[in-house]
Design a binder for this molecule. Structure first.
Ligand code: NAD
Length: 426
């Protein structure tokens, strides 16, 4: 007979748009009970608490004093994350913190130090670490079907339609700026996919101008930085470029993550990845291995706590002898790879985005609860969270100053942190 899982009481602090999404995503997790909802805006807390039959509170301190709260979900704007995480960890709670972990690497380090001391488990909600498409690509690299990433490029044409000029997103004091607030997801994803944090980062900021635009309408919120670009060089010479442009209507949003694996290329679409194509040149043995992938789709896409909807697929087509049998060379590497592979990984396209998004959040909390019950470190733990914030801070500084910023300027070299190690733990 298996014993019932322990019941964990969770309290949400920050009952805004994303906090509500998180609570809805995790509400039916076995062994979870919504024990409290808190917000500086008491009315908001009361409204959400009523939906879950939980008590409403005004803030973190009240929640930390509740004995039936085991896990604190922090979904306030970013500036509050570091202090709140430290307070909750010191109160003996597990912490599920929305990204970013902190506005600066120094603050993230404070949280990481507390997480290392405290009995509670700490996790940053870096949802991409729980995304099935990225897990599959990481697994293919681990199995050496794909070579390591040598170029990572993320292009994000993001929406600003709901980001009115007074929104905290535009105020670096509250959000940290675009690289910290949003770019951190992709710095973390790059660290996980490349298996290293970058050594140096260059940046460019572009400011919005106020006024009328051709074709009608006006651009408002003049002066804010709404386009940022960062170029990060990783050990071994792999390069990652990150471009975020918060300048689009929702319907015109688009994202592309392009991974150059040398003899193969992956193109991942959706900021929550829902679809990818991989083209690869390979030999006889590789072709046979690629052809076996569809039968392994379930295993390759599996993420504990994430419930597939059943329509996910991996398809592979191999064009044998599509290229010459003579050795092909790139960067001094010579291979006999006459066969061309076209692989499509599909979670259901854009239509599946909300489901994949919610399930990734559910998988992240599953990871935290698993570690709380059985021990271990979550895939999106404090160490990788700290590194992601450090890269984001370096990119922000580089964009402001137009200089190249070394990661060691932000994060002293004494830190011996490995971003891949956490990500591979589960
Ligand atoms: N992981 C993801 O994919 C993802 C996606 C969107 C947003 N987020 C993150 O979620 C967080 C919240 O974003 P949002 O869009 O829901 O913001 P929001 O403005 O909609 O909600 C924030 C809420 O926090 C409350 N609040 C502010 N300071 C507080 C404090 N000190 N104590 C208690 N309550 C406080 C506000 O009253 C508000 O209700 C941000 O950190 C954001 O970056 C993460």
């Amino acid at each position: 007979m298996t014993s019932a899982p322990p019941v964990h009481g969770v309290a949400l602090v920050g009952c805004g748009g994303f906090g509500t999404f998180v609570l809805d995503a995790v509400r039916d997790l076995p062994g979870l009970r919504v024990a409290a909802c808190a917000d500086a805006d008491r009315g908001r807390a009361e409204k959400l608490a009523a939906r879950f039959g939980a008590p409403a509170h005004g803030g973190l301190d009240e929640v930390c004093a509740l004995p039936d709260v085991d896990v604190v979900l922090l979904a306030t704007p970013p500036a509050a994350h570091a202090d709140a995480s430290v307070t909750a960890l010191r109160a003996g709670k597990h912490v599920f913190c929305e990204k970013p972990m902190a506005l600066t690497a120094a603050d993230a380090r404070r949280v990481a130090a507390e997480a290392a001391r405290a009995p509670g488990v700490y996790l940053v909600d870096h949802v991409l670490r729980y995304n099935p498409v990225l897990r599959l690509l990481r697994r293919l690299m681990d199995e050496q079907l794909l070579d390591p990433v040598r170029r990572f490029a993320f292009e994000n044409d993001a929406a600003d339609e709901d980001l009115h000029p007074g929104h905290w997103f535009w105020d670096p004091a509250h959000s940290g700026g675009i690289h910290i607030e949003h770019g951190v997801h992709f710095f973390d994803a790059a660290n996980a996919l490349l298996g290293s944090a970058p050594t140096t980062v260059q940046g460019t900021d572009v400011r919005r101008e106020d006024g009328a635009v051709s074709g009608g309408g006006t651009v408002s919120g003049g002066g804010v930085v709404d386009i940022v670009v960062a170029t990060a060089v990783h050990p071994g010479g792999a390069v990652a470029t990150h471009t975020h442009s918060f300048t689009h209507a929702h319907r015109a949003e688009r994202q592309l993550m392009r991974l150059d694996h040398g003899f193969a290329e992956a193109r991942v679409t959706g900021w929550i990845p829902v679809h990818a194509t991989v083209t690869a040149w390979t030999d006889d043995e590789g072709a046979a291995r690629w052809e076996r992938l569809p039968s392994r789709a379930q295993e390759l896409l599996a993420v504990p706590g994430l419930r597939p909807h059943g329509g996910e697929s991996v398809t592979v087509r191999v064009a044998r002898d599509a290229g010459s049998a003579a050795p092909a060379r790139g960067r001094g590497v010579s291979r006999t790879v006459p066969h061309r592979v076209d692989c499509v990984i599909d979670l259901g396209g854009e239509a599946a985005k909300q489901q994949v998004y919610a399930e990734s959040v559910r998988a992240a909390l599953t990871d935290l609860l698993h570690c709380a019950t059985h021990g271990g470190t979550p895939a999106a733990g404090a160490e990788s969270g700290l590194l992601a914030v450090a890269v984001a801070e370096a990119a922000t500084r580089a964009g402001h100053t137009g200089t190249t910023v070394a990661l060691t300027d932000v994060l002293p070299a004494a830190e011996d942190l490995s971003p891949a190690a956490e990500g591979e733990s589960r």
